[in-house]
Design a protein around this ligand. Sequence first.
Ligand SMILES: Nc1ncnc2c1ncn2[C@@H]1O[C@H](COP(=O)(O)OP(=O)(O)OP(=O)(O)O)[C@@H](O)[C@H]1O
Ligand SMILES: Nc1ccn([C@@H]2O[C@H](COP(=O)(O)O)[C@@H](O)[C@H]2O)c(=O)n1
Length: 252
Amino acid sequence: MWRALAQAARGVTVSIDCGPRGFTLTQQLLRHSKGSRHITTSTSSRNHQPPSKYGNMSVEKPKVVFVLGGPGAGKGTQCSKIVDRFQFTHLSAGDLLREERSREGSEFGMLIEDYIRNGKIVPVEVTCSLLENAMKASGKSRFLIDGFPRNQDNLDGWNRQMSEKVDMQFVLFFDCGEDVCVQRCLGRGQSGSGRSDDNMESLKKRIQTYNNDSLPIIKFFEAAGQVKRIDASPDADNVFGEVERVFLASGF
Ligand SMILES: Nc1ncnc2c1ncn2[C@@H]1O[C@H](COP(=O)(O)OP(=O)(O)OP(=O)(O)O)[C@@H](O)[C@H]1O
Ligand SMILES: Nc1ccn([C@@H]2O[C@H](COP(=O)(O)O)[C@@H](O)[C@H]2O)c(=O)n1
């Protein structure tokens, strides 16, 4: 079982106790932060994204939109459309974890696979470091952070490590019934997603995690007036119509 032992100043270096051998997580992850497959950014010249000032931390903070919703609600689908239309870089926490799981030599591969297959939330020290590394590596300044924060541990870790370094705009919440979510994930599995969690057994656990751990986080943001709720049950183009309205109204 993983246990966070300590977090150094500014949350950059994190030591994780992973069984008998200790190691420094950020050193492990930083070596592999360049050229990641999970990053999708607009290539259209009309959507040219201003260069980031994140590297030297001296000027404007990067803007972040959290994208939340049940498994299969359509977060990734809508993020691709937002990237095409607005000046954002898409970072999926799940994609980053899958990439780290598959990386040759990763110390975390088997543990991440166990968490994903069982629909559990990976300790924030891993996920938040992957996100921060990807943000820095992108050189961009507007981020859709998809599938994060997913539980209280995610939120607490983000607040320790990242909240003061970024300018969080709002939470984009894709609200979708459980049955629709399940059918979409099963359909994605049947279409060859190759995901080890697009099956009924994993989905039951993912939905339980969503209801028990993720919904309270969405409610927390809602109470703070930070949630933009989108009905995610219509077809993807109609959902995007609503998403577009939200981004335009928010000045993007
Ligand atoms: N509005 C929609 N109507 C019908 N199908 C959709 C819609 N949005 C997405 N899908 C399909 O549902 C499946 C899940 O979509 P997507 O991967 O975008 O969801 P997600 O919320 O990112 O899922 P996860 O959290 O499991 O990664 C995909 O096969 C996608 O093509
Ligand atoms: N913050 C997160 C996000 C995801 N995970 C794990 O990855 C699985 C798949 O996530 P998707 O967003 O791609 O559906 C999820 O079920 C978790 O096991 C996580 O641990 N923390």
